[in-house]
Design a protein around this ligand. Structure first.
Ligand code: ADP
Length: 601
């Protein structure tokens, strides 16, 4: 088939373009929305996870600072795991499993880097930073603690009473009470004095002495003089005895002292704290929690899914578009064949809009075929109708010209009769054309139906008498119609003329006007030949005749009934017929309410 629709105007291509655009739009919108909401969710989740991780680390660090091994940490680890919904694993620095919140340990699956190292003597990944909760031998005895607490409370009371200071007693990790005053409140230190609070207890002094000793040993090894260690683990150098005359050794060795002191502290606290452990925090039942993974593999997967969606859209659109455009192409082809004079039909598939269009096309093609048939028949009939009287006229005139026939009175009246027949056919055709074009103008006025029937009968009485047919009229009393009397007479006259022509000698034709509810009925009944049931619906077709031959007696134009029906329909009424072959026919004009009325008075 010759392609007449440019490709870019093709239904299929446009459908394809629209659906590809729609799918790209929806994929992009969905991806954007998903990415946005996922990013927000991941950020929140990561924030929560970080806070949870920090809490787990800090709790385990606290445990390690106050216990000399990990043996009793099982419950704590499981509780933390249950609280945070994470899996918590502790191993030694050599990765020997120590504790695992899940039932079966899985060292093999542990990642290369631990989440943190739990070491109270090197806390927060800062070398030398000792967790303050690691107090070891500095923990006060119960008595010392109670004594100091009582002193602290007395001082707090004194401060409150004397200065109105809101002093609270708190306790540091080794049990030493301290006073907090909630901000800097100026009050003399000399009031409410409690010097015992600032002084180290026996336990602390003993531990500090031991620390000093170990630090001293370290310093000595490095050729440094010993130092004094304060309760807050700062240090002060004791004035070195300088031998007279000896070179003064200036110790610019603060770093060495700090190193030795830190080492000594670690050595001193070591037996009291749990050994360093590697902490692994991972998501439950799977790999280590790593957050949002938009790796190249995942990006490729997303792109692949998008491409699949696109491919599916394109395939579905092509299939749907082809199914949609095929019947349209068939219809176009059928219309084209119709234009070339054919009468094609298209196949009606399904019950969708296109199927309806195909059915409507088929109906239109059928109607067109009928009209074409009718048009041809009409042209041939009109030609035939006009040819007969014309041939007669021409024959007579030629014979007169040749001198065969004398142009006498009889000839002239015969020629006139033929001319009248021609005139009659042409008038009928004109009436019918006007009626069909809706151009028939009615001049309505009140009409006495009985008078109208009488006029029609009078017009046909001579013809009826000549044919030996009795013509009778009968009208129910006081019937009136609001109608065009000329057109109504013409319609009834056509019926009477037919009835007289088809009624044999001795028969009767009756015109009867009656009322039926709101309707006015005019029956034209005859005792004539009747019409076969198969022919009855056809008698109202143009040029249709039961007797195909035209003779002077029965041969009308075949336009009488179609014209009568059009005239009645112009009044808003109907014209119908019933007939019994051999017994006669009844043609009934039915006019609606408004057209008919009752005579007043
Ligand atoms: P025509 O001019 O031939 O009468 P009509 O349209 O008036 O054309 O009628 C069509 C045909 O219907 C007639 O040719 C005739 O065969 C049939 N017909 C009409 N009226 C009667 C009737 N009263 N009795 C029998 N046949 C009739």
């Amino acid at each position: 088939m010759r392609r007449e629709v440019p490709l870019r105007r093709s239904l299929l291509v446009r459908l394809l373009a629209v659906s590809v655009l729609v799918s790209i739009g929806s994929i992009a919108a969905t991806a954007w929305l998903t990415a946005r909401s996922t990013t927000v969710a991941i950020r929140q989740e990561q924030g929560r996870a970080l806070a949870d991780d920090a809490r787990v680390y800090d709790t385990l660090l606290g445990y390690a600072a106050t216990h000399h091994d990990w043996d009793d940490a099982g419950d704590l680890v499981r509780r933390l795991a249950a609280d945070t919904g994470r899996r918590i694993t502790l191993t030694t620095e050599q990765r020997t499993p120590l504790l695992d919140s899940d039932a079966e340990p899985r060292t093999a699956a542990l990642p290369s880097r631990p989440s943190a190292v739990v070491d109270p003597l090197s806390a927060d990944a800062t070398p030398g930073h000792i967790d303050p909760r690691a107090v070891g031998p500095y923990r006060l005895t119960r008595k010392e603690r109670d004594d100091l607490r009582a002193t602290a409370q007395r001082r707090a009371l004194c401060l409150r009473r004397t200065f109105g200071v809101d002093a609270q007693v708190t306790e540091s990790p080794n049990g030493r009470p301290a006073l907090t005053t909630g901000g800097a409140q100026p009050y003399p230190e000399t009031r409410c004095p409690s010097p015992v609070l600032e002084q180290p207890t026996t336990t602390e002094r003993r531990a500090l002495a031991a620390l000093e000793k170990v630090t001293g040993t370290c310093l000595k090894r490095k050729g440094e003089p010993a130092v004094r260690v304060n309760p807050d683990f700062t240090w002060t150098r004791e004035p070195a005895p300088v031998a007279p005359g000896a070179p003064r050794t200036t110790a610019s060795t603060g770093g060495t002292v700090s190193t030795c002191l830190a080492a000594a502290r670690r050595e001193q606290l070591g037996p009291y704290v749990a050994p360093p452990a590697l902490l692994f925090i991972s998501s439950r039942g799977g790999g280590v929690s790593t957050g949002f993974d938009l790796s190249p593999a995942n990006q490729a997967r997303i792109a692949g899914v998008a491409a699949l969606v696109l491919l599916f859209t394109v395939t579905a659109t092509v299939v749907a578009g082809t199914r949609l455009s095929r019947p349209l192409r068939e219809l176009t082809e059928a219309v084209r064949r119709t234009e070339q004079g054919g009468a094609p039909r298209v196949e009606v598939k399904g019950r969708d809009e296109i199927a309806h269009l195909a059915a409507a096309f088929n109906a239109m093609a059928e109607r067109r075929e009928q009209l074409e048939h009718l048009r041809k028949a009409m042209v041939s009939d009109v030609a035939h109708e006009l040819r007969t009287p014309l041939s007669t006229i021409r024959g007579w005139l030629e014979a007169t010209e040749d001198g065969v026939v004398a142009p006498d009175r009889e000839l002239i009246s015969s020629l006139l009769e033929e001319a009248l027949l021609l005139q009659h056919i042409i008038d009928d055709l004109q009436d019918l054309a006007m009626a069909e074009a809706g151009e028939l103008r009615l001049r309505r006025e009140p009409v006495e139906v009985a008078d109208l029937l009488a006029q029609v009968a009078t017009a046909h009485r001579a013809g009826a008498e000549q044919a030996g047919v009795t013509l009778r009229t009968r009208a129910d009393g006081g019937l009136r119609a609001f109608a065009d009397p000329v057109r109504l007479r013409q319609a009834a006259g056509n019926l009477v003329s037919n009835a007289v022509r088809h009624t044999p000698h001795g028969g009767a034709v009756t015109l009867h006007a009656r009322r039926d509810g709101d309707h006015l009925l005019i029956d034209v009944a005859d005792t004539g030949t009747g019409i076969a049931p198969a022919d009855l619906p056809l008698v109202f077709e143009r040029f249709w005749r039961v007797e195909k031959s035209r003779n002077r007696r029965t041969g009308g134009s075949g336009l009488g009934l179609p014209i009568a029906r059009k005239l009645v329909e112009a009044h808003g009424g109907t014209l119908s017929a019933t007939s019994t072959p051999g017994r006669g026919s009844i043609f009934t004009i039915r006019l609606p309410a408004g057209v008919c009325g009752e005579e007043q008075g």
